[in-house]
Design a protein around this ligand. Structure first.
Ligand code: 13P
Length: 251
């Protein structure tokens, strides 16, 4: 059975102190509760190590929101996968649409980043998704297939370590959620694409998360779809009160 996951992406929000307080609040809210999914928080680099400490003894996994496409060296301002792993973090979001759009991340760079993340024992949460125009002109499946190709040089064993997140760009931070049918269509398409390259067994074991204005009110319907294995949550992950109902949507 593939894993159910609810992961927060804090993006460029929270100071160190705010981040630690948010993580502690989440730990307290989860204490003693039966949780039916893996819970992950991906935080700004500056908070990762402290959040790892803050959530010790809880079910919460911690990740970064990006890593460098180099192992080490003269890359001022960059943070490598090995540095992320050295904090005790287990996850890294890669290929988020905001990275692709504002920081020019290409498939080639992402292939390198995914390789470095895996070498360092991190689980990449690899994001794909179309922009509004691609949804409207019907090219969205080709776009997503193109983004998935950044991963298809991986061995079967390595690919099996990934988590995929489908995040339609037009639904991110806009309050416009994909309908559960729209999301399911793409999730099933991604799973078929994986099956063609790695076989049905690998495809069936790959967790594919939905992201884009996911909240407590729409999570139950989205998560009820057969190919949606959880969520990658932006805005609603910034408060315990809005994040918990999404976790609790996995009954
Ligand atoms: P929102 O939940 O704020 O729409 O963000 C989704 C997202 O980009 C998560 O990575």
């Amino acid at each position: 059975m593939r894993k159910k996951i609810v992961a927060g992406n804090w993006k460029m929000n929270t100071t160190l102190q705010e981040g630690v307080a948010l993580a502690q609040g989440l730990k307290e809210a989860l204490a003693g509760k039966k949780v039916n999914c893996d819970v992950v928080v991906c935080t700004p680099f500056i908070s990762v190590a402290s959040v790892v400490e803050a959530v010790k003894g809880s079910v919460i996994g911690v990740g970064a929101e990006n890593c460098a496409d180099h192992d080490k060296g003269a890359y001022t301002g960059e943070v490598s996968a090995s540095m992320v792993a050295s904090t005790g973090a287990k996850y890294v979001i890669l290929g988020h649409s905001e990275r692709r759009q504002y920081y020019g991340e290409t498939n080639e760079m992402l292939t390198t980043k995914v390789g470095l993340a895996l070498e360092n024992g991190l689980t990449p949460i690899f994001c794909v998704g179309e922009v509004k125009e691609e949804r409207e002109n019907g090219t969205f499946k080709a776009v997503i297939e193109g983004q998935m190709k950044a991963l298809y040089g991986l061995s079967k064993e390595d690919f099996s370590k990934l988590v995929i997140a489908y995040e339609p760009v037009w639904a991110i931070g806009t309050g416009l959620t994909a309908t559960s049918d729209q999301a399911e269509e793409v999730h099933a398409f991604i799973r078929e694409s994986i099956a063609k390259v790695y076989g049905k067994e690998v495809a069936e074991e790959t967790s594919i998360l939905y992201g884009g204005s996911c909240k407590g009110s729409n999570a139950p319907e989205l998560f009820a779809q057969p190919d949606i294995d959880g969520g990658l949550i932006g805005g609603a992950a910034l408060k315990v009160d809005t994040f918990m109902p999404i976790i609790e949507a996995w009954k």
